[in-house]
Design a protein around this ligand. Structure first.
Ligand code: BES
Ligand code: MN
Ligand code: ZN
Length: 512
């Protein structure tokens, strides 16, 4: 897909459609008023008739007879006073999906004047959202649903008497393309059914991306894991004929710096529950149980392209969880890499078991900060629904900083507590820990379990069970969302920026 900046006025562009943002106050800025005059008042008419109110993701299509741009699609951005650049990803995704399904091949995007103070960021959101809009979940059909085949995206740099600086737009386009492509890498991996996305496939995909973008790749096999004492991960994998892998991606952006940020992602390629088997209803969705791992692999691929001055590793334990004659049984006791013994109360609480060894390994590799992400608990879906990712940490400074960065990416993160009570709940009668407790605070007892494997390293746990995949929206197809790729990438970028600013003697940098 070609993406470029055009200095021309919006309506003079040769494009299948112009996308034009409008707010719910119905006020048209001077650039939009100019376009409205060329459309003989069609935009004003749409608002006057109540056909559209400018609410978020509302659309209205106008055929622009006689203008080089063939159509104008009004897209609602909601309340003007609440505008944030991250809304532009949804704006662009909505336009791409609406127009793409109607055979439009090129779209010019106008930016609202409100975006003028954050041109690079705004352009990045538009491109990221537009790319996300192109993915459809029907790729396995012999005849996929009306394919969205956008060939060209144009960002319009003139807005009436105002202008958006072309260089900043170009930078934003570049960043948005890298991020949007990474988001789609994660989504397509998660969308792939478990028969085509085994631990071996996951490792192969990670290797492919590592080669393409320049990351160090390694995948430990079961023999290596056994030597390292990863009895917890191997316990989960032993019920399946598919061999587990521990995927490690390394990005060295600041070789002389001992700081190392580790992303650890649950790569459970199919979660049947094991011997504690799940009910059949919705079990097929457990092919998405590797979304955290896919997110980590995709985030590393974006980081390799964006090149922040920071060292980042990605660690992905990949395994299936199946019942069978060799499967781990309720009551079995396994031993993790750090020596802790775990009573397996419920074989369906397998995410924490594979993460336990992966977290130990991340520390072994020298991680100085850890962020893990996992579709870990059904309780999280009960607690926050699909609206936000539950965020749990052993370090208040790190998590507050993370929330500030992550909540500006278009993804939502909400902190939950890690009280001592939950640590007490995960103690076992017979072993050091048990992998399942009663129903209360299921997401937080799971977090307290994981805490046993991070020592004193500042650590954030992201439970993406409710946010990794959702129903169709105006701006994205049903299925995987790519959460938490945006937040992980933004965190790496921001940490590099903060460090650069602190090195120069200036206090922690303000974000631009
Ligand atoms: N992968 C599931 C969690 C999940 C459930 C993610 C629904 C997305 C939607 C996880 O492995 C699991 O089964 N967790 C159990 C833990 C319980 C047995 C302690 C759960 O949440 O029920
Ligand atoms: Mn499970
Ligand atoms: Zn699971």
């Amino acid at each position: 897909m070609q993406i470029r900046v055009s200095p021309g006025t919006a309506t003079s562009l040769e494009a299948g459609s112009l996308a034009l943002p409008v707010f719910s106050d119905g006020q048209l800025d001077d650039a939009t008023q100019g376009i409205d005059r060329e459309l003989e008042g069609a935009i004003a008419d749409i608002f006057a008739s109540g056909e559209m109110k400018g609410k978020t993701n509302e659309v209205a299509l106008i055929h622009a007879k006689g203008l080089p741009v063939k159509r104008v699609l009004l897209v609602g951005l909601g309340e003007r006073a609440k505008f944030e650049p991250q809304a532009l990803a949804k704006y662009a995704g909505t336009a791409v999906r609406y127009l793409g399904k109607r055979n439009v091949r090129s779209i010019a995007f106008a930016l609202p004047l409100e975006a003028q103070h954050q041109v690079r960021t705004s352009a990045s959101f538009v491109v990221e959202g537009a790319l996300a809009g192109t993915i459809d979940s029907t790729t396995y059909r012999t005849e996929p649903d009306k394919p969205i085949a956008i060939e060209e995206l144009i960002l319009v740099s003139t807005a009436g008497s105002h202008g958006f600086e072309a260089a900043a737009l170009e930078q934003g386009i570049e960043r948005g393309r890298i991020l949007g492509e990474a988001v789609n890498v994660a989504r397509l991996m998660a969308l792939t059914p478990a028969n085509d996305m085994t631990p071996t496939h996951m490792a192969a995909r990670a290797e492919e991306l590592a080669k393409e973008f320049g990351l160090r790749f390694e995948a430990l096999d079961e023999e290596r894991m056994k030597k390292l004492g990863m009895g917890s991960l191997l316990g989960v994998s032993q019920g399946s004929d598919e061999a587990a892998r521990l995927i490690v991606l390394t990005y060295e952006g600041d070789p002389n710096n001992p700081e190392k940020l580790a992303f650890v992602g649950k790569g459970l390629t199919f979660d049947s529950g094991g011997i504690s088997i799940k009910p059949a209803e919705n079990m097929h969705e457990m092919k998405y149980d590797m979304s955290g791992g896919a997110g980590v692999i995709a985030a590393l691929s974006a980081i390799a392209r964006l090149k922040p001055k920071l060292n980042v590793i990605g660690v992905v334990p990949a395994s299936e969880n199946l019942p069978g004659p060799r499967a781990v049984k309720p009551g079995d006791i396994v031993r993790a890499m750090n020596g802790k013994t775990i009573e397996v109360i419920n074989t369906d609480a397998e995410g924490r078991l594979i993460l336990a060894d992966a977290l130990c390994y991340a520390r072994e590799l020298g991680a100085t900060k850890i962020v893990d992400c996992a579709t870990l608990t059904g309780s999280m879906v009960m607690a926050l629904g699909h609206a936000a990712t539950g965020t749990i940490s052993n370090d208040d400074g790190f998590v507050k900083y993370f929330l500030g960065v992550a909540n500006q990416t278009g993804e939502r993160y909400w902190q939950l507590p890690l009280y001592e009570d939950y640590s007490i709940a995960v103690k076992s009668e017979i072993a050091d820990l048990r992998n399942s407790t009663g129903r209360p605070a299921g997401s937080l007892t799971a977090s307290a379990f994981l805490q046993n494997f991070v020592g004193t390293t500042p650590w954030i746990h992201l439970d993406i069970a409710g946010t990794a995949y959702v129903d169709e929206t105006a701006y994205m197809a049903k299925g995987p969302t790519g959460t938490p790729v945006r937040a992980l990438v933004a965190l790496a970028e921001d940490m590099a920026k903060v460090r650069a600013a602190t090195k120069n003697g200036t206090p922690a940098a303000a974000r631009t």
